[in-house]
Design a protein around this ligand. Structure first.
Ligand code: HEM
Length: 255
């Protein structure tokens, strides 16, 4: 019961200010930073297709630990997806606390944001809306990755993107995730004063610039990568989503 009273009043039994909101906020930042780091690594992994089909295939097999288990074990990828999904769910539950809880609250926040014309307030609006979209969109992607880890590879992935129409979901996810991650990192650095230094105003301007570069870089890389999968998917649209094998490239060259 004490916890319920503390949650509602924000005051502990001893009459002190509750630390729970701050702890939840710290957990939100920690899970967000983990996800942002994962998303950057994920983008680099997915974009290995730009170096060729064989490179993406080699990296995929490495995630299946083929250097330990002969031929690789896709279930290892499922295990990894489960960990990321758990962090994603925790982050979403902690983030939901920040959502407006009624239409009236939403209108009030929207008006407030319009009136203020303050970058950080607009960022906050974008964060909860993109977070809401990702709660639905990312779940579809994570479920497919969890249940079909054996269908990750240059041909199977391209087939999924084109013939299974995942390109549309990926465009939505790409925009949401890249902007949400870079804004999230910027807002976390501002909130906890990680790089405040002597002149916090100057730091803020620098951080905003860094945020812009990160967004542009990952969005550009994401779209170029998506086009690469679409190209392979269209070229191979008449083929079954046959598994890639390193000798395939040699066979194509021979023909
Ligand atoms: C461990 C978890 C994950 C794995 C193993 C994974 C794997 C992949 C793979 C293999 C692709 C290439 C296309 C395909 O095969 O369908 C892909 C694309 C993509 N994934 Fe993930 N993913 C994971 C988590 C996430 C999360 C949490 C998000 C976003 C919230 C996300 C967003 C995207 C986007 C936007 C693309 C398209 C990127 C592009 O083509 O430029 N992924 N992912």
């Amino acid at each position: 019961m004490e916890k319920v009273i503390e949650a509602f009043t924000g005051i502990t039994e001893e009459g002190k200010k509750s630390r729970i909101p701050a702890r939840l906020d710290k957990a939100l930042t920690a899970s967000g930073v983990l996800l942002a780091i994962f998303m950057m690594a994920h983008m680099f992994f997915v974009s290995t297709i730009l170096f060729g089909e064989e490179t993406m295939y080699t990296v995929t097999k490495m995630f299946e630990l083929n250097f330990i288990f002969d031929g690789g074990l896709p279930i290892i990828v499922s295990f990894f997806v489960a960990i990321i999904t758990a962090i994603f769910i925790v982050h979403a539950i902690l983030g939901i606390r920040k959502f407006p809880t009624s239409y009236r609250a939403y209108l009030r926040i929207k008006e407030h944001s319009k009136m203020m014309k303050h970058t950080d307030t607009s960022f906050w609006m974008f964060q909860w809306i993109s977070g809401l979209i990702m709660m639905f969109a990312a779940t579809i992607h994570l479920y497919i990755m969890f249940t079909q880890p054996e269908n990750i590879g240059p041909y199977s992935s391209a087939h999924r993107v084109v013939s299974e129409n995942m390109w549309l979901l990926y465009i939505v996810l790409l925009i949401c995730v890249e902007l949400h991650s870079s804004i999230g990192l910027y807002r976390a650095a501002m909130k906890w004063g990680w790089f405040d230094g002597e002149n916090p105003k100057e730091t803020r301007a620098k951080m905003l610039k860094a945020k812009k570069y990160i967004s542009v870089f990952f969005l550009a890389l994401g779209f170029i990568t998506l086009f690469a999968y679409i190209k392979i998917g269209i070229e191979r649209a008449d083929h079954l989503p046959m598994k890639y094998h390193p000798t395939d490239t040699i066979e194509i060259i021979k023909k």
